[in-house]
Design a binder for this molecule. Structure first.
Ligand code: ADP
Ligand code: MG
Length: 357
């Protein structure tokens, strides 16, 4: 390379850098350069290469960003080929580590006003789907009195404790822990509020979770002690409200949503589960629109989903081509993207809005 080319490359690099400051992250509404999403920018003999670091590998807006970046660079004179590489660094909700001393970058609660709507089904398939995108995922069964996560994950026992620390079970790339590991299946659990509170805290703090991009938390039904305890025990990046198409489920879902709003837990969005001819469809979306929160996905009623839950082979693993699995495949990037937005917005104002990892 001649010196002249080198100088030319240097000035091109400045032009490219300047042009990229006009490219906005479509959700964070800030430019890619100030968000520190551009890395390894290099120009060699006019050919440009850089990496865009997404806030989640499951980013649904990758295509939009690529198009915008290429459009911004096109008018630069003397520019050659443009190569865009991709990477991801999930932003970290700093409040979590500060409060409980575990390195969970984000916490996602899955809730509903009512039992049997499919919270655990959503939590399990979501956790597996997020892990499939290459992120580290934990799943905490916070349904202390009705723990169903082990059955749906297909592992009913926990690994032996190490140095008196509880070790999560692992399957389908997800680490998970449940009170079911510590109790006998035929033993009724009759616990009072304060005991529930300390049980939830212990599952959060005493389990050797390690570093997690996402901790998905499966809640019991209702708007009671468990929801309160959780919200008091750990900062939640947000909560997913699961509902069913029937009006009665919807009334309860609305109550659940309002409770989390009161607790200042951001709403990630609404999932309508068991949609179809039998129960109907569309009320979940109406709820989301009315409450001005995102509608995330509509999961069809499908006997295979139930079989997958019962047999410990969740639909996203057992039948990835099925309509239900496809609906989960829409849910996963929608949740990941929204959590990135919420987490960046949740940071104390002393931390500037930027990728924090
Ligand atoms: N979309 C669906 N189609 C068919 N069965 C489903 C679907 N979603 C959940 N189920 C089944 O319904 C039952 C209740 O779901 P579950 O996830 O345990 O609800 P919750 O955790 O809200 O009580 C389970 O047997 C589950 O397998
Ligand atoms: Mg459940």
């Amino acid at each position: 390379m001649t010196n002249k080319d080198g100088n030319h490359d240097l000035s091109l690099k400045e032009d490219v850098q300047a042009a990229l400051t006009t490219v906005m992250d479509p959700e964070l509404h800030k430019d890619l350069v100030s968000l520190k999403m551009i890395r390894d920018l290099s120009v060699t003999e006019g050919n440009v290469s850089f990496t865009i670091v997404l806030t989640t590998p499951a980013c649904p807006l990758k295509g939009v960003m690529e198009k915008d970046a290429r459009k911004a660079l096109a008018p630069i004179t003397g520019i050659g080929e443009v190569t865009i590489n991709w990477d991801a660094a999930v932003p970290q909700d700093r409040r979590i580590a500060d409060q409980i001393g575990q390195l969970f970058r984000n916490t996602i609660a899955v809730s509903s006003g009512k039992g049997g709507v499919g919270k655990t089904t959503v939590a399990v398939n979501l956790a597996i789907g997020l892990a499939k995108t290459g992120t580290t995922v934990g799943l905490l069964d916070a349904d202390i009195l009705g723990p169903n996560v082990p059955r749906m994950m297909g592992v009913q026992t926990m690994p032996p404790p190490r140095e008196r620390k509880l070790i999560p079970a692992e399957h389908y790339g997800v680490q998970f822990f449940s009170m079911a590991f510590l109790t006998k299946p035929d033993q009724p659990l009759v616990w009072r509020g304060p005991m529930l509170h300390s049980a939830i805290r212990q599952l959060l703090t005493d389990v050797e979770w390690g570093e997690l991009d996402y901790l998905v938390i499966d809640l019991p039904p209702g708007t009671g002690d468990a929801q309160l305890s959780l919200a008091q025990s750990i900062p939640l990046s947000g909560v997913i409200i699961v509902t069913q198409p029937m009006q009665v489920a919807l009334d309860d879902a609305l109550r659940g949503l309002k409770m989390f709003e009161k607790l200042e837990v951001p709403i990630i969005g609404v999932v309508e589960n068991m949609s179809g001819d039998f129960f109907g469809a569309g009320t979940g979306e109406t709820l989301a629109v009315d409450q001005e929160v995102p509608f995330l996905a509509s999961i069809p009623l499908d006997a295979e989903v139930r079989k997958g839950g019962d047999s410990g082979r969740p639909i996203i693993v057992a039948a990835p081509e099925s309509a239900a699995a496809q609906a989960f495949n829409e849910l996963i990037p929608a949740v990941a993207a929204r959590v990135s937005v919420l987490t960046l917005a949740n940071q104390p104002s002393s931390i500037p809005l930027q990728m924090v990892r």
